[in-house]
Design a protein around this ligand. Structure first.
Ligand SMILES: [Zn+2]
Length: 470
């Protein structure tokens, strides 16, 4: 509803930018003083307005994401679909006229889900809607069947350790914040296995949905046996809880074919707009191209790939070439290994010092609020001033905590200022790692605003007379 009508608001923005340009003779500003005097920003009003107008003037980003998610689909590491997506991205970047488009080889783990199912078999039969956790082992061919013991914390598990042997441990912990609740997905299997559990179930890490299970990676500890582990829907979790509270002995049958095949060849995809004055200095914008093997990987993280890539496409289209190089990286293997980010750090070690800023968008492409920033105070002040160019699309907040899983290795080793795109997160965890992560959840106008925000921020940082933070 109303999406076409809302595009109208972009026209005054463009006009406003042009008017401001004429009124302020921007090139007489002290462009070299980015630290103490905000007047340098005026010279960027006109290009910022053009970038915003271009991003908002079409549904190009959303359409491109729909091609990725509809014609290729989800893209787990090691899958043929991910490699199709890599090749597609290379072809499309070339078609956009990006420069130095290439792939950089990364060997990735290949986890295969296989068939899987779970069922309550006592006190009465009920099917359970579930997803095996990424990187889990499978069950024996005929499955595991055992009584379920329900826990609500690791402490409760520890206090009843002697009861766990031979049982299925079930962590029924309602979703609060992701960082808080995800501990049970990643660490729960080994915690349970140390006490002799034969399998582990968790309540899905997400708010109550419509019987939608959430997958995601587990992490086995080296000092514990590996046991199969799966997430079940909040509805099925509540049913087991009610049965248990009523005093029933609950028995579950779990079957999973999950296993690893040998590592597979994959790649990070790179495209650039080479800088006009200092091409050796680099601003990276990025998202991860791999996804889980359910849904379509639209919010996680196809959208992040497309909006950061879009920043370069529209700069190129508008013939806006900043002083420094802007590089888009589409990472491989964020979800279950992080090998793309590590490979980039290793393959680019010699030029990490030339990285001016790295940005990752991996929180969805809903209504943008602004950016997270991690770096020095001078850099923060500059970024805050740049963000004033985004007040027209209400994406001008600069918060702490900029970063991302894939840029992390390079950012840490190279001590590089790091940013993330901050968006309205209210819907993200409802669909995160689920079959419902499809493009229909994404609004084309909100997505265009995300692209606009990234484009303006990346362009100005890449064009500043002084390096960000200096
Ligand atoms: Zn992600």
């Amino acid at each position: 509803m109303g999406q076409r009508a809302r595009f109208v608001i972009t026209l005054p923005l463009v006009l406003l930018g042009a008017t401001t340009l004429l009124a302020q003779s921007p090139h007489t500003d002290n462009a070299h003083n980015t630290g103490t005097n905000g007047s340098w920003i005026h010279q960027y009003r006109e290009p910022a307005a053009r970038l915003i107008g271009e991003a908002m003037g079409s549904t190009f980003a959303w359409q491109r994401l729909s091609v990725l998610t509809d014609t290729i689909g989800n893209r787990l590491s090691g899958s043929p679909a991910l490699e199709r997506a890599v090749q597609w991205a290379v072809d499309e970047m070339k078609r956009d006229g990006l420069e130095n488009v290439h792939t950089e080889r990364v060997m990735v783990p290949k986890w295969v889900r296989g068939a899987e199912s779970a069922e309550i078999v006592e006190p009465v039969r009920h099917p359970i809607v579930m997803l095996g956790l990424g990187d889990s082992i499978g069950t024996p061919a005929d499955g595991v069947q055992a009584e379920v013991l329900t826990f609500h914390s690791f402490e409760e598990l520890d206090s009843k350790a002697s009861q766990v042997r031979g049982k299925i441990v079930f962590f029924n912990v309602p979703f609060t914040a992701y960082g808080e609740t995800v501990r049970f997905r990643s660490g729960g299997p080994s915690r349970a296995a140390r006490y002799g559990a034969v399998a582990m179930l968790i309540r899905s890490v997400g708010p109550d949905g419509l019987r939608t299970p959430h997958t995601g990676a587990l992490q086995y500890s080296s000092d514990a046996p590996k046991i199969p582990a799966a997430a079940i829907t909040t509805e099925d979790a509540d049913r087991i809880q009610r049965l248990t509270d009523r005093g029933s002995r609950v028995v579950v049958h779990l079957k999973m074919e999950a296993h690893f095949d040998p590592d597979a060849e994959s790649a990070n995809v790179i495209g650039e707009l080479r800088g006009r004055e200092r091409p050796e200095e680099i601003v990276v914008v990025s998202g991860h191209l791999d996804s889980w093997d359910v849904g379509a990987g639209a919010s996680d993280d196809g959208g992040g790939c497309i909006v950061t890539w879009e920043a370069l496409r529209i700069m190129k289209k508008l013939n806006l070439r900043p002083r420094r190089t802007v590089r888009v990286v589409l990472w491989t293997n964020e979800e279950n290994g992080g090998r793309g980010g590590v490979a980039y750090r290793d393959q680019h070690r010699a030029e990490l010092a030339k990285h001016v800023m790295m940005l990752e968008s991996d929180g969805g492409v809903f209504r943008p609020l602004g950016f997270g920033f991690t770096g020095n105070e001078a850099g923060r002040q500059t970024v805050k001033t740049i963000a004033t160019l985004l007040t027209g699309i209400a994406a001008d907040q600069i918060n702490g905590g900029g970063g991302g899983a894939d840029i992390g290795p390079s950012v840490t080793d190279g001590r590089i200022p790091a940013m993330s795109l901050d968006v309205d997160g209210s819907k993200y965890f409802l669909i995160h790692h689920t079959p419902a992560d499809t493009i229909d959840k994404i609004d084309p106008v909100e997505m265009a605003k995300c692209a606009a925000a990234v484009a303006v921020m990346a362009y100005v940082i890449a064009d500043l007379p002084q390096r960000l933070g200096q």
